[in-house]
Ligand binder design. Sequence first.
Ligand code: M6R
Length: 366
Amino acid sequence: EKGGYDHFMLKEIYEQPRSIHDCMRGRINLEDQLVSLGGILEYKDQIVNANRIIFVACGTSWHAGLVGEYLFEELARTPVEVEYASEFRYRNPVINEGDVVIAISQSGETADTLAAIELAKSKGALIVGICNVVGSSISRATHCGSYTHAGPEIGVASTKAFTAQVTVLTLMALMIGREKDTISNERFTRLLIDLHNIPDKVESVLKSDAKIQHIADIYKDAPNALYLGRGINFPVALEGALKLKEISYIHAEGYPAAEMKHGPIALIDEEMPTVVIATKDASYEKVVSNIQEVKARKGKVIAIVTKGDSVVSGIADHVVEIPKTDDLLVPLIATIPLQLLSYHIAVMRGCNVDQPRNLAKSVTVE
Ligand code: M6R
């Protein structure tokens, strides 16, 4: 059942070229330049014309929501808020007519997310679901939604569900942006092509596994780790840190790279590994200076860089190259090496990767 892999998590990491492909299947049409999401068609106008979109989710799904915030703001120009379902449900959130709530959940059974949906529904919001499990409680509680179609995810650490959630969010943002005319035709076309090529790029990143394993071996005994990213890759840093914490029990923090000097920089010494997403995008130069700041304090840097980068490789202790894609799609690729890094470290530390202590696959209690 693990398909020859040692753990479900590794199998699920390796399934991502296929799961991302499955998630897009029938939803993008390169010839006709169309994005169609059948499950939300009936409510399309309401979603396109939303005054505000509020994402509610927990854990990794909340990280997908944060990526969604960048995608929706950039492509659809819709104001977005991203809320922890557990906080949202106990506040007295302001929900107005014309607001749309998008609930993101792999299992579709997370108690806090379900309660957040019920609250928003009682205040009259339209509720859209992004779930992986067909027929789950959340998918039934929403007005409409788009499944992620990633296939069953068994490992407690969410991997392929995350990249599928981000894929669906990209498709939604493209669909809304197209309708609202907030994306140029050129950008729309380029994004469709780049999206179509993501599975092959993910496949090529998986080929760096041996190198990542080597890096894992060097840092497996670190007591702490810092993950940094900027812009749309800030949530990728959060997700990388969460993955390391939950399966290897190493304390890790994700931060927007620029926030480092407001506190976490105090932690940096020779022992401390910092994982940085330093791909060639709008914030590249700034991230390079953040890396220099870490190196000036003798920290160790593991950088995820764009293929062919020669600047960061001269400064960082280790680099993992990923193929170039549109800035907005980098999270789909940059996440992969971080998943592998956590996986290998956890295995080397003798941890139960698929069933980490104290954690359950679906958190059905609050
Ligand atoms: O099933 P859900 O997506 O609603 O689950 C939300 C979180 O419990 C989940 O993402 C959790 O953080 C994972 N263990 C992360 O790997």
